[in-house]
Design a protein around this ligand. Structure first.
Ligand SMILES: Cc1ncc(COP(=O)(O)O)c(C=O)c1O
Length: 483
């Protein structure tokens, strides 16, 4: 049938076709499915907590089953929900497991999970305030509260992002836009020499992808040497700036890290801010995971200097433990942000900077991400989040004590809840030990490099990890120390 004939047939049907019930069941059925799903997820969570942290799936069998979904017919939703839950139970590393000592992917807070359900039900479009005024206001209010808590001034602008990489990308675009007013029109060609920016060699290496996306090339990333304990070396930073200037490159940004990915080290923020000011370049702080320290009255001083940032990244989906895909970007220079992302179209209901998120951010259509942090913060308060952060730091101290007593060494001295562990004399190397621990399925840890040394990395940011779980980690390491 041609497209035209098909259109004719559709318009000629006697009464409008009913919605497809498999996609849009009626209310009574939805409630039944919702209840079933809730029960199944609670049961799965219990089994996950009692079981292995590592995937136990036979991938070949799984792929054969998956291939049978040719979508040629309709299948009962109850069977489908059960099948998917069973596959995820066996087929992922369980970051929700209290014996997951992993890459600060969180076990999400319950309010954040509620937020996801609410957002899915209303599915508001957050591109403009006109379409979702309540949702846009909730996000803006939460961003203002976090900015205030971080010590940024009232004029700070910001928004929720998909994560730290998007927020860091936003920072670079702002830096380039302020660095040269012609950047928006001409791109990197606007500069008299190649634009370059500075991060430490312990920084998160999404910076290379960010430079690539921004059109200044991966060669624009300057990996500044560290000081032997994982922090950017200010002397090396000054030398790199001078060398680049001497060669005709154009420094546009210094990005300090507050909480390096591997070792949780905090670059000298005030010192880097001073160097950036003297050099006349944008100063960004990537506090994707360390930023959660702002919640704790006793620990927030570790981030002294954060208030000097032109822009700041904090991930809600790391130590703030929202569900995945939730970062935040803040900047004092609202004008640079607006000039970097402004656009005006007739088909959008409005386009006002500071009001409509799509004209000050990378994304256009936007999910209601900020509700996850709003609900969690409102339920726990800063005080509750402070305790969440402090208990993790206490657990890290306890783990350090237990391991050192058994002859292990801790290579990093982080203010955050992460340890870079070196095996005792005569034990196997870090990678071999990690391999054996993971094979046991008892706990999840990772292998990493810190200041050129191979280490075992254990992160303690899971909100439900207890001392017993910690002792199981110690035992798993002791058992795996020799082959
Ligand atoms: C310090 C730091 N910055 C940025 C990122 C990237 O954040 P995301 O994975 O949320 O995009 C990470 C991720 O681990 C990180 O540790």
């Amino acid at each position: 049938m041609t497209a035209r004939a098909h259109r004719t047939a559709v318009t000629r049907s006697a009464s409008p076709p009913r919605p497809v019930p498999a996609l849009f069941p009626d209310r009574g059925e939805r409630e039944a499915w919702d209840n079933l799903l809730t029960r199944q997820l609670i049961a799965a969570d219990e089994r996950v907590t009692d079981g292995a942290v590592m995937p136990t799936l036979d991938l070949a069998v799984f792929r054969r089953e998956l291939a049978e979904f040719d979508f040629s017919g309709q299948l009962p939703l109850a069977d489908l929900l059960g099948w998917v839950i069973a596959q995820l139970e066996q087929g992922v590393v369980h970051i929700t497991h209290p014996r997951y000592f992993g890459l600060f992917n969180p076990a999400p807070t319950f309010p954040a999970q509620c937020a996801d359900r609410i957002a899915a039900a209303f599915n508001p479009q957050l591109a403009t305030s006109t379409t979702s005024p309540a949702a846009v206001e909730i996000e803006a209010h939460t961003i203002r509260a976090v900015a205030r808590r971080a010590g940024l001034p009232p004029e700070t602008a910001g928004h929720f992002t998909s994560g730290g990489a998007e927020a860091n990308y936003t920072a670079l675009i702002c830096a380039l836009t302020r660095g040269n007013p012609e950047f928006g029109a001409k791109g990197a060609r606007a500069f008299e020499g190649p634009p370059v920016f500075y991060v430490s060699r312990e920084s998160h290496l999404a910076w290379f992808k960010i430079a690539h996306q921004a059109g200044i090339g991966r060669g624009a990333v300057r990996l500044v040497a560290t000081d032997g304990i994982g922090r950017m070396d200010p002397g090396a930073l000054r030398a790199a700036l001078a060398a680049d200037r001497g060669e005709g490159s154009i420094p546009v940004m210094i990005a300090a890290t507050a909480g390096t990915t591997n070792a949780g080290m905090i670059d000298p923020l005030a010192g880097c801010a001073e160097i950036a000011r003297a050099a006349g370049v944008w100063f960004h702080i990537d506090a994707a995971w360390g930023g959660a320290l702002i919640a704790s009255d006793t620990q927030r001083a570790e981030l002294a200097g954060i208030e000097a940032a032109d822009s700041l990244t904090i991930d809600a989906h790391k130590w703030f433990a929202t569900t995945m895909g939730c970062g935040m970007f803040f900047t004092k220079d609202a004008a640079a942000l607006s000039s970097a992302f402004q656009v005006s179209t007739g088909y959008m209901p409005s386009n006002v900077a500071g009001v409509d998120p799509y004209v000050t951010s990378v994304q256009w259509s936007r999910r209601f991400l900020g509700l996850r942090l709003f609900l969690s913060l409102a339920a726990a308060g800063w005080e509750g989040y402070g305790r969440h952060v402090e208990r993790a730091i206490e657990l890290a101290a306890l783990l350090r004590e237990r391991l050192v007593a058994r002859g292990w060494t801790i290579a990093n001295h982080s203010a955050l809840a992460v340890l870079c562990i070196e095996p005792p004399e005569g034990a196997d190397d870090a990678r071999a030990i990690v391999g054996r621990v993971l094979a046991s399925g008892r706990v999840w840890i990772s292998a990493a490099n810190f200041e050129g040394r191979q280490v075992i990395r254990a992160c303690l940011t899971h909100g439900e990890t207890t001392q017993d779980h910690l002792m199981e980690l110690v035992d798993a390491l002791e058992t795996a120390r020799s082959g």
